[in-house]
Ligand binder design. Structure first.
Ligand code: UDP
Length: 442
């Protein structure tokens, strides 16, 4: 069960999926004493079975985290596993509607979609999956209803990665009876805890892995080498400033307003040399809408000489890291955002971020310190803040350096593991007191 075929049928190999991890490799980033603390926390958990269940091995922040978290937990002697629910396109079309509706977008949803597509697929998965473990963490709404199938152990938590600060009330009412069957729920921010939850709630921020290929430190010359084939193929002059936006192509990621802001800034004509705007995006196997968003952006961009729109870039991780390193400004102005790992990834590369004052982005972008916060619907403001950073490279660099430090302190993988270890210890009765990040009941 450690690995299953992904829904597209291509079985990911262990090496392709997981990063090899050993705890000591993190010492340069978080210090020896933090690692010793982790070892001590993990000691009584040796052999403990901890399983994650989500909906894709590929694409999106959850897969990105599990690729590193699972092997790091295993390196500490915990029997950590990762299982994925399987479904046909119809199932993922429905769960994408769930995702959108939980993030406030109105969409029609039929009884057939709920009972046939969604619950039917959950039942099929329940017949197939073996989820007996000391703790199962079920990520996001796609697999949530599995809790009613009687195959989860008593210690199972629902981990919500999305921005549920204003969920569609009907869908929330549908999901709530499922969520309330878990032993607890985990949210990224207290603001995301929607009404009606009757289970303990914990606050946990996602984190990035400093050892991942995309997060390793790139010298400018290395980054240029990595990007040389792509820049050559797409005629990008590396001496011009880069405004970079990387994320799934998704309506909440607000890519079309980034484009409008860039065009407005360019129309002012005050930036010399003129910057490029580079979008990079990939598709996730559980997100059937991405291609529509991408196609619409392709139409909007046309043959603009200063804008590049890349999809599923080869050598993804190195290209992402190198672009974040070379960017003068990283832009992430989602209209709703659970966390936005890309923000921490860009800050970690020392690049300041223009981010929206939305969801988990505000944990990462300190306004005026590590970048600027903007209203995601205000194209003028987005343009102005991108322009401010391009016009003052010294200030931008100082912000990027503060951003890297902010990420180092709060959003590196060992911190996520530490919190999960504390949770495991509490749930297994090793620590009677709840961890300090239990936010409800207080
Ligand atoms: N990502 C990537 N290539 C792409 C687009 C995104 O590797 O073309 C990665 C990105 O670096 C990040 C993850 O996908 O690690 C996206 O996570 P995030 O939390 O930003 O957004 P989500 O997709 O989960 O909403």
């Amino acid at each position: 069960m450690l690995l299953r075929e992904d829904p597209d049928g291509s079985p990911p190999s262990f090496g392709a999926l997981f990063h090899e991890r050993s705890l000591g490799d993190y010492a340069p980033y978080v210090g020896r004493s933090r690692l010793e603390e982790l070892l001590a926390l993990a000691e009584p958990l040796a052999g403990c079975r901890w399983t994650h269940l989500n909906s894709t091995y590929v694409g999106g922040g959850v897969a990105e985290i599990l690729r590193s978290l699972v092997p790091l937990a295993r390196a500490l002697g915990i029997d950590c596993r990762w299982a994925v629910i399987e479904g046909h396109n119809g199932f993922f079309a429905v769960t994408k509607k769930f995702h959108n509706m939980l993030q406030g977008i109105e969409q029609p949803l039929s009884l057939d979609e709920i009972f046939d597509c969604y619950l039917g697929t959950i039942e099929e998965n329940a017949r197939r999956l073996e989820l007996d473990a000391d703790l199962v963490v079920v990520h996001d709404p796609q697999p949530a209803a599995i809790v009613a199938q009687g195959i989860l152990p008593p210690r199972a938590l629902w981990r919500c990665h999305i921005d549920t600060s204003a969920p569609n009330p009907i869908l929330w009412r549908f999901l709530l009876p499922y969520i309330n069957q878990f032993a607890g729920a985990i949210f990224t921010m207290p603001e995301f805890v929607a009404p009606g939850l009757r289970v303990p709630v914990y606050e946990l921020s996602p984190c990035i892995d400093p050892l991942a290929e995309k997060n390793r430190p790139y010298l400018r010359s290395e980054a240029l080498d990595v990007l040389a084939p792509l820049f050559h193929a797409h005629n990008v002059d590396p001496e011009r400033p880069l405004v970079v936006a990387i994320s799934r192509y998704d309506v909440h990621k607000n890519q079309s307003r980034i484009l409008q802001a860039f065009l407005r800034l360019r129309a002012e004509g005050r930036l010399s040399p003129p910057p490029y705007l580079i979008f990079v995006g990939n598709s996730a196997t559980d997100d059937p809408e991405g291609m529509q968003v991408y196609a619409s952006l392709v139409d909007q961009v046309g043959d603009d000489p200063d804008v590049r729109l890349w999809l599923n870039v080869p050598d993804n991780d190195r290209v992402v890291g190198a672009l974040m390193r070379l960017a003068s400004v990283f832009v992430h102005v989602s209209t709703r955002e659970g966390f936005g790992l890309v923000v921490s990834e860009a800050l970690w590369q020392g690049t300041p971020v223009v981010g929206s004052r939305v969801g988990g982005i505000v944990k990462q972008v300190r306004d005026g310190e590590t970048g600027f916060l903007v209203d995601p619907k205000n194209v003028d403001e987005i343009a102005r803040r991108i322009g401010d950073l391009l016009a003052d490279p010294d200030r931008a660099r100082a912000m990027g350096e503060r951003g890297r430090e902010h990420v180092r302190t709060h959003f590196l993988l060992p911190e996520l593991l530490r919190r999960y270890l504390l949770l495991l210890r509490h749930l297994l009765g090793i620590d009677p007191e709840p961890p300090p990040f239990r936010i409800a009941p207080a």
